[in-house]
Design a protein around this ligand. Structure first.
Ligand SMILES: [Zn+2]
Length: 267
């Protein structure tokens, strides 16, 4: 599933590819993903220029002069700029065709993505207004984590994956950040010390930054729809050995998501 680094990399690649370009037409091939795709998009977007591509949490925000096209990639979405678009495949649900012959193409095999149009400030849209602070901004840090965890008797992994408390951190980076911080994912959030919150805030920022820098698991510009297995320490390694102590990793379910950790290194 695309998380903050994947969405940010998508944003950066699309920013380079489409900003300043004009929209010729829109082709909608699925009436509905998680929500209906607004049918009026075709009329609203034709002739408009894409002025910027921003991101809030896992949402991409395209400034299209008269309003904002907001896209969430859901579980399996890919949004690519295709210079010379071939015929769409089965899961290519939306094309924004540009006047230079290229296209922005949304591919989403499980259809959990979202496409919205708004003429208001996109940050005030009901789906975005309640998103917590961006982890790579000064609004987030150890003090913030300590404060919001005091009253929460929930596993710390679920707390940092709660989008209302922290934007963009999903299962991959929650697993990795907790391993690096040496904190068990099933620890009650309210049991964390200030020092542990400081450490965890830093490792969350570290894994996100590194992933963005390394190009992440998600090669947006390439013609692929698969994640690339980078070197994760714990994510997806439930049967593996700890990279720190060489003991067997453990796998549990938290919030119905696979959670991998080392009970010797993480306390
Ligand atoms: Zn270990």
């Amino acid at each position: 599933m695309p998380e903050l680094p994947e969405v940010e990399l998508t944003r950066r690649s699309l920013e380079r590819a489409v900003v300043g370009k004009s929209i010729e037409r829109v082709e909608i091939r699925a009436p509905k993903l998680r929500l209906p795709i607004p049918a009026e998009l075709a009329t609203l977007l034709a002739g408009r220029t894409i002025r910027s591509v921003a991101r809030r949490g896992k949402y991409l925000l395209f400034d299209c002069e008269t309003g904002w096209l907001i896209i969430h990639l859901g579980m399996t979405g890919f949004l690519r700029h295709i210079p010379d678009p071939a015929l769409p495949g089965k899961h290519d649900h939306l094309d924004v065709r540009l006047t230079d012959g290229s296209a922005l193409r949304l591919h989403d095999s499980r259809k959990f993505g979202t496409v919205i149009w708004t003429t208001d400030d996109p940050l005030t849209h009901p789906l975005l207004a309640g998103i917590g602070p961006e982890p790579l901004t000064p609004a987030f840090g150890g003090d913030y984590l300590f404060r919001v965890s005091r009253s929460r008797r929930v596993a710390v992994k679920l707390l940092i994956m709660n989008a209302a408390l922290l934007a963009g951190v999903g299962n991959i980076y929650a697993n990795e950040a907790l391993f690096r911080a040496a904190i068990r994912p099933d620890r009650l959030a309210c049991s964390l010390t200030q020092e542990e919150c400081d450490r965890l805030a830093l490792t969350i920022q570290e894994v996100l930054r590194e992933s963005i820098e390394q190009g992440s698991t998600y090669r947006v510009a390439e013609e692929t729809t698969a994640y690339h297995p980078l070197e994760f320490a714990v994510y997806g390694r439930g049967k593996g050995l700890c990279t720190r102590c060489n003991g067997a990793l453990e796998e549990i379910r938290l919030g119905n998501r696979s959670t991998v950790f080392c009970s010797r290194c993480q306390k």
